[in-house]
Design a binder for this molecule. Sequence first.
Ligand SMILES: [Zn+2]
Length: 42
Amino acid sequence: MGKCPKCGRVFAKTNQNHTCDEVLSTVDDYIAAQPKAIRPLR
Ligand SMILES: [Zn+2]
């Protein structure tokens, strides 16, 4: 797990590539933005 010091978001990988300015309002949006490998199976 890694937490971005800039935006405070927590990621599975320490150096997760993301855009700090990008605000994801829902959990589904958050999951959709993650690599497919770490998405929960539903
Ligand atoms: Zn960030």
